[in-house]
Design a binder for this molecule. Structure first.
Ligand code: FE2
Length: 280
């Protein structure tokens, strides 16, 4: 490994209202400039104040052409879709949903015993030849997500691998690395990341030195190209989601919950929704 990745951009998440009135911290959003290819969106939902009242969630809505990845740390998300699937994504669980040609689903966050809801949703693009593929779920229970642990380093491996520990989510077009990384204070960790892949990290607790620059939570980082990433901690611990994947280098046409390659495909999607042929 010779070429260490450095920080090319630091993004401060912005508060947005989504669904039926859910306040989120959004750090990247679908845009035709496709700057984070293959990643499209990253949302962080954190509720811990009972005065917020009932969480209204995300009532029935469609998706086409993307994958949505829900990772919960506290509380849960009740899920139900047009194909007859339903379930609860609990603390530590992951749902990797490949919408392909289309699903309609409902996602309703629920508070955990402490009253908190804390989790992330990542959108990953699909290449043109898979945008109309059959919908598919990979639902992974917390207990079956392997953890790499060594001297103040704790990494839950959802997809990809860390020192031979392989994540349970496989056969994803973007060949992703998706990790939940915790480093104790005064520690160091190096992870190979394939050169040419896009790499981003969402720092949500503490602070760390990424490449040669200190970043405090809460921030999204985009890294330069390279074949590995080095992260150090000094006085503080740090926790972050690390995501990397192969860019598809195709034009994208984002429209709400759909991301296709052309506006014609978006128009076709809207016609199918109107005339009731969206779900095959
Ligand atoms: Fe959704």
């Amino acid at each position: 490994m010779t070429n260490s990745r450095t920080i090319s951009q630091i993004i401060e998440p912005q508060y947005v209202i989504e669904g039926a009135g859910v306040l989120l911290r959004r750090s990247i959003a679908p845009h035709k400039s496709n700057l984070f290819d293959p990643f499209l969106l990253f949302d962080h939902f954190a509720f811990n104040d009972p005065v917020e009242g009932p969480i209204r969630g995300f009532p029935m809505h469609p998706h086409r052409g993307i994958e949505t990845v829900t990772y919960m740390l506290e509380g849960s998300t009740a899920h139900r879709d047009s194909l007859g699937n339903s379930g609860l994504i609990g603390p530590g669980d992951v749902q990797w949903m490949t919408s392909g040609r289309g699903i309609l689903h409902e996602e309703m966050p629920r508070r955990g015993p402490s009253g908190n809801i804390y989790g992330f949703q990542l959108w990953v693009n699909l290449p043109s030849h898979l945008k109309m593929t059959e919908p598919r779920y990979q639902e992974v229970n917390a207990a079956t997500i392997p953890t790499y642990e060594k001297d103040g380093i704790k990494i839950r491996v959802v997809a990809g691998q860390v020192n031979g520990v392989v994540g349970p989510v496989t056969e994803i077009a973007a060949s992703p690395l998706y990790l939940d990384v915790e480093l104790a204070a005064d520690n160091e960790w190096t992870q190979p990341i394939e050169a040419g892949h896009t790499a981003i990290a969402y720092v949500f607790e503490g602070e760390g030195v990424f490449g040669d620059q200190t970043v405090e939570s809460v921030r999204m980082i985009k890294f330069s190209d390279g074949d590995h990433l080095r992260v150090k901690t000094e006085n503080s611990s740090v926790r972050f989601m690390l995501m990397a994947g192969a860019p598809f280098k195709e034009p994208i046409a984002p429209y709400g919950p759909f991301v296709m390659n052309t506006m014609e495909e978006i128009q076709q999607t809207l016609i199918e929704l109107r005339n009731g042929t969206f779900i095959k």
